[in-house]
Design a protein around this ligand. Sequence first.
Ligand code: DER
Length: 223
Amino acid sequence: TTQDQLKRATARAAVETIAPKLEADSIVGVGTGSTANFFIDYLAEIKGRFDGTVASSEASAERLKSHGIPVYDLNSVDGIRVYVDGADETNPALQLIKGGGAALTREKIVAACAEEFVCIADESKWVPVLGSFPLPVEVIPMARSLVARELVKLGGDPVYRQGVVTDNGNVILDVHNLEIMEPVALEEAINNITGVVTNGIFALRPADLLLLGTAAGVKAFSA
Ligand code: DER
């Protein structure tokens, strides 16, 4: 099975998992990335079963609209029944690294509003310890060098993601060589660096359910 087949399988499993939870006025939070794109395409098959969506990126919003699925501004909805999104890494506690697609800030915002966060990922994302994937950090442009110096003090090797400006007009530093033994502590430490908007550790608010696409089928893990 190819990686795309695993991503498709986990995305389909997510639609099957959330469908019974949805009511006519439910709002579904939708993530960003290639796995999330498969989820959007399968979500369209049940678009009559819920009211609409909130998207974590302009790209996902456009894909949803192309299927005729309503996309709302987060400030105009009362709550989000479930948020479905991918990840770059997940550890056994369902603490994640996200941000490979540069959408980490809106992803974290929508996840924070959701009753339940369902993470969809192929087995290549499963790691015992977070940090092999360079940690994305969204930074206010003028603070890029300040934040880079502070990240070095935390043991990282920050690399400027050239040519990328986020939906919020900020830049991204990808931090290499972190072995994240204490995800919550590091997430808080990076949040406290002046100039940081968001970092890609999702540990203060981990996923509630992980649907992991494996060669032996889709496996479900709860936090
Ligand atoms: O940028 C993100 O956080 C995405 O969810 C990313 O981590 C997963 O992207 P993929 O589904 O294309 O691997």
